[in-house]
Design a protein around this ligand. Structure first.
Ligand SMILES: NC(=O)c1ccc[n+]([C@@H]2O[C@H](COP(=O)([O-])OP(=O)(O)OC[C@H]3O[C@@H](n4cnc5c(N)ncnc54)[C@H](O)[C@@H]3O)[C@@H](O)[C@H]2O)c1
Length: 282
């Protein structure tokens, strides 16, 4: 049966986008974040995004209010007892996510699915924090969620077929394209993307070329829509470092060790677009 109520935990860049696309597709969405200000910002960013779609004629202007009516914020995890599927999009940290999975597992209906939007963390490890490993799956959306058509679905050994089929149905209902990956750190997208971003950071560190020229070279030579450093700023440099750390541990390979320049930027609070400075100034 098609799920009706979707819970989203974490209302940062990804959680807000995920909540938006489900509300746009007619689902009832519950959005939770521990940061009350962040939660209100997320609602505002969803409204602004919908208004932009309306201004471009992609959705009717009167649809904005209808879509917003499908979205409810909450600070109470107990409200998630009504959810059929919960998608977790909190900070890329195994401890934080595991703790959350443990709490959610105790609150959710027995047949509810617990999905993670993790970029790299093992779905099997997250499932260990629950009593429902068959109902745990990876659902990795791309940033910005309302615009990016791909969803990487990560199937762990214990994930059962019903869970997979339900998630496949959801991706189709959202009008997005699914790719399926095994449960190895970084899955498909970040396994290939993160080493490139890390190498681009080394190129900056070694003063091989300017930030602009590195991005221009990759855009115009590889036909990428944006260069790796622009993309890194967009993803968030803290998230890039977290993903590389998870891949280094999970794949037991030092080639994924974050470049010192990235670590330095994160330490200075230069996190990219979200903090106003990264490789570029915003
Ligand atoms: N940024 C990207 O481009 C991108 C792309 C795909 C996947 N992801 C993944 O999505 C997840 C979220 O990334 P993001 O970029 O949205 O991060 P973000 O920093 O923008 O947002 C994370 C949010 O989680 C909230 N949070 C943290 N712990 C919480 C908890 N215990 N309960 C409720 N809320 C909590 C924070 O307050 C914050 O609002 C990460 O796993 C990341 O790897 C990110």
């Amino acid at each position: 049966m098609m799920p009706k109520v979707i819970g989203v935990v974490g209302a940062g860049q990804m959680g807000a986008g995920i909540a938006q696309v489900f509300a746009q597709s007619g689902f009832d969405v519950l959005l939770l974040d521990t940061n009350e200000v962040g939660l209100q910002k997320a609602v505002q960013s969803i409204r602004t995004s919908l208004e932009k779609f309306a201004a471009k004629g992609k959705i009717p202007i009167d649809a904005v209010a209808d879509i917003m009516a499908h979205l409810r914020t909450t600070a109470q995890m107990s409200d998630f007892a009504a959810a059929d599927v919960v998608i977790e999009a909190v900070t890329e940290d195994l401890k934080v996510k595991s703790q959350l999975f443990k709490s959610l597992d105790q609150i959710l209906k027995a047949d509810a699915i617990l999905a993670s939007n993790t970029s790299s963390i093992s779905i099997a490890k997250l499932a260990e924090a629950t009593q429902r490993p068959g109902k745990v799956i990876g659902m990795h959306f791309m940033n910005p969620v309302p615009l990016m058509p791909c969803v990487e679905v990560i199937v762990a050994d214990a994930t059962n077929d019903t869970t997979f089929e339900t998630i496949k149905g959801l991706v189709t209902k959202l009008g997005k394209t699914m790719v399926v990956s095994k449960d190895r750190a970084g899955f498909i997208v970040n396994r290939i993307l993160m080493p490139m971003i890390n190498e681009a950071a080394y190129a900056v560190q070694e003063n091989l070329a300017s930030v602009q020229d590195i991005d221009t070279a990759m855009k115009l030579s590889c036909n990428f829509p944006m260069g790796p450093l622009t993309l890194a700023d967009f993803i968030g440099l803290d998230t890039v470092v977290n993903i590389l750390d998870v891949m280094q541990d999970g794949l037991v390979d030092p080639k994924f060790k974050p470049c010192p320049l990235l670590l330095d930027y994160v330490q200075k609070g230069w996190l990219g677009r979200k903090s106003g400075k990264g490789f570029y100034q915003y």
